[in-house]
Design a protein around this ligand. Structure first.
Ligand SMILES: Nc1nc2c(ncn2[C@@H]2O[C@H](COP(=O)(O)OP(=O)(O)OP(=O)(O)O)[C@@H](O)[C@H]2O)c(=O)[nH]1
Ligand SMILES: [Mg+2]
Length: 457
């Protein structure tokens, strides 16, 4: 795989969005120290120790461009596994641009998106799942997303996958051996043991596949749509959840026509709340489009908060609406609003409905309970159980493919298929598992993954 590594020395501003006090320029490759010698000649860079920090004057044609702090990392003990320097300059875009230009003139080239991490992967400093976690870590916006990405970057997920692979490889090699001796009808791989092994691996894989539900929402936020009849108080609820007057509230039914959304973090999980146009038949053209959008959103969302006005809603209406909700596959929470206006018989009036949460959005009653229920619905406890969560769609797909291959192997054994067919299924399973960590990977896959990184990483 190492023939994929370009021999160029690459450079990039590692803090591209930063307009702060410091801008960091990262340099990696065989010519790193030669280039440093040219731009900051006062030191013999290649003779200095790794992991040291130096104050240096960066000069172009004898003119001082900046006083910078330069951190040195010598191969293989660096992020990329190559010689690396990180130059902390004053954070002026002008200075950064000048220094990068100077470095380019001395023989480096600009790094492509994700190229530092790609080199780290190709030089075996990390596996593919860990490299992908680097991008997730940089993009993480909530505590939970950060925690999951960190676990993955540190190799938690990879180790789990590698362990499964090792177990399978052992058996695969026994079966392959059988194939070599196929004339003699021997069985090196005990079928009962193989069956037990495949079942136990399938169990682990099933768990990982299941964890994607939560992992996915942790990474991307939980789209939570608030629906109900006009005037139920949806916009009021949105505003209270966000602590912001985001949507217009009025006593006129049909106030909200477009989707209004914003994100907020509950206990480290990011929710994207979407306020919608009230569901009703309408002749108003614009409102009708809004109602259609609400229906579309209900299908796409991860959670639905169905809100109804307890003071005006009749049992029959509620039954009809709940029927519609049941028809969708999205989990929903039924919430009775305006409890502040209702008399004490509220529970009695809706006694035939289980699990309704009564709140007052306007008076902010019951909102804590609402948040707890939302967190329960995303299986929040799993997050604290230290179990590995799959967050990456690519990994998810690899796991599903692995499962298919293992199911094939199990079935095959039930039907007493020949060793070579069995070997094929197990090879397939190994292939898909291996592509998670990059032990087997195609070049275009790598290109695709790393191109989504930011420059400088
Ligand atoms: N008493 C009381 N009034 C509320 C409560 N929540 C909302 N309201 C009032 O109900 C009316 C409608 O509220 P909105 O939040 O605009 O309702 P909506 O569901 O967004 O309505 P549309 O956008 O028209 O579909 C407003 O006058 C709110 O002040 C509540 O908990 N108690
Ligand atoms: Mg509204």
């Amino acid at each position: 795989m190492s023939n994929l590594i370009s021999q160029d020395t690459i450079v990039a501003v590692a803090t591209p969005q930063g307009q702060g006090a410091i801008g960091v320029i990262r340099l990696s490759g065989a010519k790193t120290f030669d280039i440093l010698k040219e731009i900051a000649p006062s030191k013999n860079w290649s003779e200095l120790s790794s992991h040291t920090l130096h104050l240096a004057h960066i000069k172009r044609d004898g003119i001082l461009l900046d006083e910078a702090l330069i951190a040195l990392f010598k191969n293989p003990h660096s992020y990329t596994g190559e010689d690396v320097a990180e130059i902390s300059c004053h954070g002026s875009p002008f200075i950064l641009q000048q220094v990068v230009q100077l470095i380019l003139a001395k023989g480096a080239r600009l790094a492509k998106a994700g190229e530092f991490t790609q080199r780290a992967f190709l030089r075996g400093r990390m596996d593919l799942a860990q490299a992908e976690a680097v991008a997730d870590l940089i993009a993480s916006e909530s505590e939970a997303a950060h925690r999951v990405a960190m676990h993955q970057m540190r190799g938690g997920f990879s180790n789990e996958i590698k362990e499964l692979r090792v177990q399978l490889i052992n058996f695969a090699s026994l079966i392959e051996l059988e194939l070599d001796f196929s004339e003699e009808d021997v069985e090196f791989a005990n079928r009962d043991q193989l069956r037990t092994l495949i079942n136990s691996i399938r169990l682990t894989i099933e768990q990982l596949i299941k964890s994607f539900d939560l992992g996915h929402v942790i990474k991307n936020g939980v789209p939570t749509v608030i629906v109900g009849k006009p005037n139920a108080g949806k916009s009021t609820l949105l505003n209270k959840l966000l602590h912001e007057e985001k949507a217009i509230v009025s006593e006129i039914p049909g106030t909200t026509r477009d989707l209004i959304e914003d994100e907020m973090t509950l206990d480290g999980i990011s929710f994207r709340f979407i306020d919608t146009a009230g569901l009703r038949e309408t002749v108003d053209k614009v409102e009708a489009i809004g109602v259609q959008r609400t229906r579309d959103k209900m299908k796409q969302a991860s959670l639905i908060i169905y809100l109804f006005d307890v003071t005006t809603t009749k049992e029959k209406e509620l039954i009809a609406d709940l029927e519609e909700l049941k028809g969708l596959s999205t989990p929903y929470l039924v919430v009775g609003n305006k409890a502040d206006q209702a008399d004490d018989k509220l529970g009695k009036k809706f006694k035939n409905f289980h699990g309704i949460l009564f709140i007052s959005a306007k008076k902010e009653l019951g909102l804590e309970e609402l948040k707890t229920r939302l967190l329960d619905m995303v299986n929040y406890e799993q997050l604290n159980s230290n179990q590995t969560l799959v967050t990456n769609t690519r990994h998810y797909e690899c796991l599903v493919n692995t499962r298919t291959a293992l199911i094939g192997a199990s079935k095959g054994m039930d039907e007493q298929i020949s060793g070579d067919l069995l070997a094929q299924d197990i090879r397939q399973a190994l292939f898909h598992l291996g592509s998670i960590t990059g032990e087997v990977s195609a070049d275009d896959l790598l290109g695709n993954i790393f191109s989504k990184f930011c420059i400088g990483k």
